[in-house]
Design a binder for this molecule. Sequence first.
Ligand code: ZN
Ligand code: ZN
Length: 176
Amino acid sequence: MTESPNDKMYCYNHPQRETVLCCNRCERPMCTSCAVLTPIGYRCKECVRGQQKKFETVRWWDYPVTILVAGVLGVVGSFISNLMGFFILFVAPFAGMAIAEAVRLAVRKRRGRWLPLAAAGATLVGSLFSPVYLAIFTFLARYNTGLGSLYGLLWPALFGILCASTVFYRLKGIRL
Ligand SMILES: [Zn+2]
Ligand SMILES: [Zn+2]
């Protein structure tokens, strides 16, 4: 029996090792010890390294930009949540998507490991420590109007939490 040379593949790194695996990006044959299992399939080490570099395209100034954009929008969102009351529960996820989108545009779609966390943190802080929130709190403290008025604090707080978690998962999602 003669075999055609095309039937056998050898690892690009270990020419004596026969293999059936190929990198799904550069299509090089590779043995099991050279293959890396990623969420998108088997890849060679070089491709995985290149991929990680691509994910970390963030520049240092993207962090202050992210915090500023998400923080300001968090404050704006908190103003709106104060007007909308209960309906904010339906609006918060969309507000979160809008903030995530604004952040992505602001950093020109660059990616960084800590960017989703920075954006979500700034959104939360922005919406919880907004002037509206503090004004209500000061008002309550001064006039001691009782627990009934604390209800008004609930919506900005819920908005902040819902919105920030949406921002986090939206921005995190684009990494894969
Ligand atoms: Zn490869
Ligand atoms: Zn190998």
